[in-house]
Design a protein around this ligand. Structure first.
Ligand SMILES: C[S@@+](CC[C@H](N)C(=O)[O-])C[C@H]1O[C@@H](n2cnc3c(N)ncnc32)[C@H](O)[C@@H]1O
Length: 203
């Protein structure tokens, strides 16, 4: 028997906005409950970032994980002004900020985050290095759409493989690939400096 997480009202409103806007890109199960779970683990005075707000489904799950906490800031970046305005018009706690901007341009100015959901072209398919740089030590990065089996277009397949390889090979990260939903990868930035490779000479 499988059980499904109840869908919070703010998430339902975000899903309704997706229908109204004919928006197809909202995140799919189990990403939402996963984001809520990881958001709940962010330490006091921590920061959360979402790249690509869409109609606010991921944002709503992240806010759900924070519950009534106001000691964690949640920021989300959306390029499309009409989507950002529609999401902003909902009822959000004061610690949620919806930026209208190009995520790749804004990212280097925002500092470090304890949890990042990279869900836009910018900062995921391009500029992934900027997103990794923005992870605080111990911070986690979530990406979806990583199931290679979903893609036939050679360019898409190459892009998926590039993201997989970058996250798996980066010595700053500990990475898990999870065959759920659209294919998930979670990477956590090590708190300690990366170990020297065995074949590297130490001075
Ligand atoms: C996959 S959807 C995001 C879905 C959302 N995170 C969710 O959980 O439902 C990708 C979003 O990224 C936005 N986007 C595309 N390029 C962007 C950029 N350069 N900067 C910020 N947002 C961008 C798109 O307008 C779209 O709304």
């Amino acid at each position: 028997m499988t059980t499904r997480t109840a869908v919070p009202s703010r998430v339902r409103r975000a899903l309704a906005r997706a229908s109204e806007h004919g928006f197809q890109g909202a995140c799919e199960d189990p990403v939402g409950p996963l984001l809520a779970t990881l958001a709940a683990a962010v330490p006091p005075n921590g920061r959360i970032l979402e790249l690509g707000t869409g109609t606010g489904v991921g944002t709503a799950w992240l806010a759900e994980g924070l519950g009534r906490r106001d000691d964690v800031r949640l920021e989300t970046i959306e390029l499309d002004e009409s989507l950002a305005a529609a999401v902003r018009a909902d009822d959000w706690p004061t610690h949620v900020t919806i930026h209208t901007a190009d995520a790749e341009a804004l990212l280097p100015t925002l500092g470090r985050f304890d949890l990042v959901f990279a869900d836009a072209v910018a900062g995921k398919w391009t500029g992934l290095d900027l997103t990794i740089d923005a992870l605080a030590p111990g911070g986690s990065l979530v990406v979806d759409d990583m199931d290679l089996g979903r893609y036939t277009d050679p360019q898409h397949r190459t892009a998926v493989l590039r993201v997989q390889r970058t996250l798996t090979d980066d010595p700053r990260l500990v990475t898990a690939r999870i065959s759920a939903g659209t294919g998930l990868i979670i990477s956590t930035r090590r708190s300690d400096p990366p170990l020297h490779r065995r074949d590297e000479k130490t001075p």
